[in-house]
Design a protein around this ligand. Structure first.
Ligand code: NAD
Length: 330
């Protein structure tokens, strides 16, 4: 029987990497969850556990064209967007559309339903930062016409329109800026460093590091991010709020660590650096620490080992875009 008191969430982008973990957490907390996803970069297999719950349903839809959900809604989580550079450079117009039209559609639905709107923004709003580490008060250094601008500017618009609905229409909002997050359910070929390096190591192929490998990232394990989202949701803050790890690692160090954790013999090779690739990336997470009591708990080595274990599993099919399942070649 349906629990009439359970809060009800719409998770746009819920079939993706982060979105599917969020669906799992909301279900575990007793929520009812409606996932809306076009499967552009997500996959139904990510929702295999969620789909066993009667409180879960999925609507396959592009939120820029069609976003309507029957019944009451308490919170709309807007995570819909290609997120890896490979994905958003392959889908530049779709990325701009979902950041702009998709965000507007989520906010209009929130207003109609009297619901709150939770936006997954990104550290990319800081561009190639000239302030390090980046606090929420930093306005960023974004090239508005560079190749990455399709993602960065879409998210900056998404933040702006979310705040406009909050200020002028009274929609309760939460905005997080996610710094590089990794973990199970990332696609091997989504182009982000962690799955790329693991895939190359497991295939005993050269591990390809951009530039001289001295550029840094701080990598947060997905369970820590979801805990931060959960705490922020229950706060009285609107954000933006940085969520990410402060444990900074160079790309060369990351490649070495993955090589050692996989016992791979892969050589590490250095390739051309992408345009506007940020030099340093580390959040100032004082706000999350002070106001939410949140700090990431899972050390990089442990999180990488879990991710490697997941990617290694023969029975886990490789995920491609549009929800197709390809045979694993590992
Ligand atoms: P992902 O590509 O795995 O998930 C994105 C999901 O959005 C996919 O399931 C995709 O099919 C869906 N989607 C895209 N366009 C859509 C549309 N028009 N209509 C409906 N669904 C659509 O990426 P992710 O890593 O899970 O990222 C989730 C969110 O978090 C994104 O908004 C991303 O910008 C943000 N984020 C993630 C990271 C990270 O490190 N993973 C960092 C910063 C921000």
């Amino acid at each position: 029987m349906k629990d009439v008191t359970a809060p009800r969430a719409v998770v746009a982008g819920g079939a993706g990497f982060v979105g599917s973990h969020l669906c799992d957490r909301l279900l575990a907390e007793g929520w009812e969850v409606v996932c809306v996803d076009s499967l552009l970069t997500g996959a139904r297999e990510n929702l295999r556990d969620a789909a066993t719950e009667s409180r879960f349903s999925i609507q396959e839809a592009d939120i820029t064209k069609d976003l309507d959900v029957e019944g009451s809604v308490d919170w709309i989580f807007n995570l819909a967007s290609p997120a890896s550079p490979v994905d958003y450079l392959a889908h530049p117009i779709e990325t701009l559309e979902v950041g702009a039209l998709g965000s507007l559609a989520c906010l209009r639905l929130a207003e109609r339903k009297g619901a709150g709107l939770f936006l997954a923004s990104t550290s990319e709003v800081y561009g190639d930062p000239q302030v390090h580490p980046q606090p929420e008060s930093y306005w960023g250094n974004v090239n508005p016409i560079g190749p990455r601008s399709v993602y960065d500017e879409a998210k900056r618009f998404a933040e702006a329109v979310t705040m406009a609905f909050h200020r002028t229409r009274g929609v309760p909002v939460r905005i997080i800026r996610i710094f590089n997050t990794y973990g199970p359910r990332m696609r091997r070929h989504d182009g982000r460093a962690v799955p790329t390096f693991i895939d190359q190591a497991l295939r005993a192929e050269p591990i390809t590091v951009h530039g001289d490998g001295s550029q840094t990232r701080s990598l947060c394990y997905v369970d820590d991010l979801i805990e931060g989202i959960w705490r922020f949701l229950h706060s009285d803050l609107t954000g933006p709020m940085n969520l990410g790890s402060t444990e900074e690692v160079t790309m060369a160090e990351l490649a070495e660590l993955i090589r050692s954790l996989t016992d791979a013999r892969s050589p590490i090779v250095y390739t051309e650096r992408p345009v506007d690739d940020p030099e340093n990336r580390r959040p100032d997470t004082s706000l999350a620490r002070d106001r939410l009591g949140w700090t990431p708990q899972i050390p990089l080595r442990e999180g990488l080992a879990k991710t490697i274990g997941w990617i290694r599993q023969d029975e886990v099919p490789e995920r491609s875009g549009r929800g197709e399942t390809l045979p694993s070649s590992a």
